[in-house]
Design a protein around this ligand. Sequence first.
Ligand code: NAP
Length: 528
Amino acid sequence: MSHTTDTPLLPNFLAGRWQTGHGRGSTLLDPVLGTPLVRVDNTGLDLAEGFAFARDQGGNALRAMSYGQRAAMLGEVVKVLQANRDAYYDIATRNCGTVKNDSAVDIDGGIFTLGYYARQGEALGDATCLLDGDRIRMGKDPVFQTQHVLLPTRGVALFINAFNFPSWGLWEKAAPALLSGVPVIVKPATATAWLTQRMVEDVVKAGVLPNGALSVVCGSSAGLMDQLQPFDVVSFTGSAETARLIRSHPAVAGASVRCNIEADSLNSALLDPAATDGSEAFNLLVKEVVREMTVKSGQKCTAIRRIFVPRALYAATAAAMSTRLARTTVGNPRNESVRMGALVSREQHDGVLAGIAHLKTEAEVLHDGAAVGLVDADAAVAACVAPVLLGSQDPVKAKVLHEVEVFGPVATLMPYDSEEQAFELIRRGEGSLVASVYSEDPAFIARAAAELADSHGRVHAISPDVAASQTGHGNVMPMSLHGGPGRAGGGEELGGLRALGFYHRRSAVQASSAALDALARTGVAFKP
Ligand code: NAP
């Protein structure tokens, strides 16, 4: 990223005050026009002071409130964000290069998630602790029992976020953290930090949160992990490479700082072996895959990367998808005729092209939208990549196709010869966020779910009866679990009130019935 000192420098909010870094910082660019927008920097900030302030001031204030009060506070945050939506859409167009529908996934998706937790939290009322399960007798005499309780950790939650969701990525984590009573420090990915910074600024200025409950540090990640102490938690979203560094940091490896990792993933779509060309399941698969490839230019951790169809349908699927993909106009999101905007940066553009070249060592090109050209954008400047559908007739032999995540509008079609082989091939992703299944047969869907659930955070089944109501393969809904085992990072987020678990500590209180009665009067049953 280049450095231009005449571009506005965004302040950080840390230790309860606005602070600008003392360095030149990094310049955020418009990925379509290549023009500089704002700079971010945190050089010279006293991180230790900021973390201590959040822990003490923010944490104490939040823990003094009940779940119901904190839920009401989230409701106030929703109102602030809704009042400023236009500004967020403008920033998204300029800094993320997204068309309106794609900006909505990030902006309105974040606001929706906050609203969901505000409603869920309201039901917890004036409790200040969560009662986990029933009391358990410890011996013959029933007077001495165990009650498991969950209490908010007395630390700070550090979020290190990915570039693709500057809004949703903040709020899907902050909603359960703040509802739990744990203060948040967010470090957005540099390329798209502006939207995160602006949302935090609006919320802080509105005064709807206690001071220290929400802080933002933009720019370099240097030194942030070093601040973490045993009762803090860190939640990371990003690449597998950076995830390795987070996991091996002494705070995590040595001080048991709780760590949640959401990393990359080779998500799959699977068509029922009984499907035929033009059947309902076939059409649903084609439609969903094309949508997933193009929403946010394929920059979704949940996007479909591998498509498995019965061998007899390989050519028909390729043809049907190509026809639909050809309708995707790519270019400047300010032009009404454009369906798909840019990737977030020229670096990502180059990375995606290199990734496609890598996949092509094992795959043929079934569709490449590049030939059509860009709308209102200069191909030498804009970070735009047209959708590319690849295909391989030999997925068993393929290696790269099951290993390399290309973070753009790219997917690979592969045929399978038996149901068992299809499940095996999907599992070659070594743990993914989501697999979707397209079928008219409930029994096949049930078998697929049983075969795939252990290696996927979510199994999304699309049958004709739910075609209109299904929420989308790649859409992360707050009531469902998000995360995945193995390569996907091994993390768990959302899933309704399950998300509160990460920000609480479970303890077994062993005491008399009278003492447990007194404790129970401060609590509410935890039923996620
Ligand atoms: P990234 O390069 O790993 O960066 C992620 C975050 O880590 C950024 O904020 C980055 O800051 C920071 N970072 C970089 N080096 C660090 C270090 N040594 N210590 C601490 N933090 C460091 O990932 P990305 O390119 O932004 O995101 C794309 C990837 O994220 C894709 O692979 C995608 O699949 C994955 N993703 C996963 C999910 C999920 O929920 N599973 C969601 C979205 C994205 P800078 O930006 O300042 O470098």
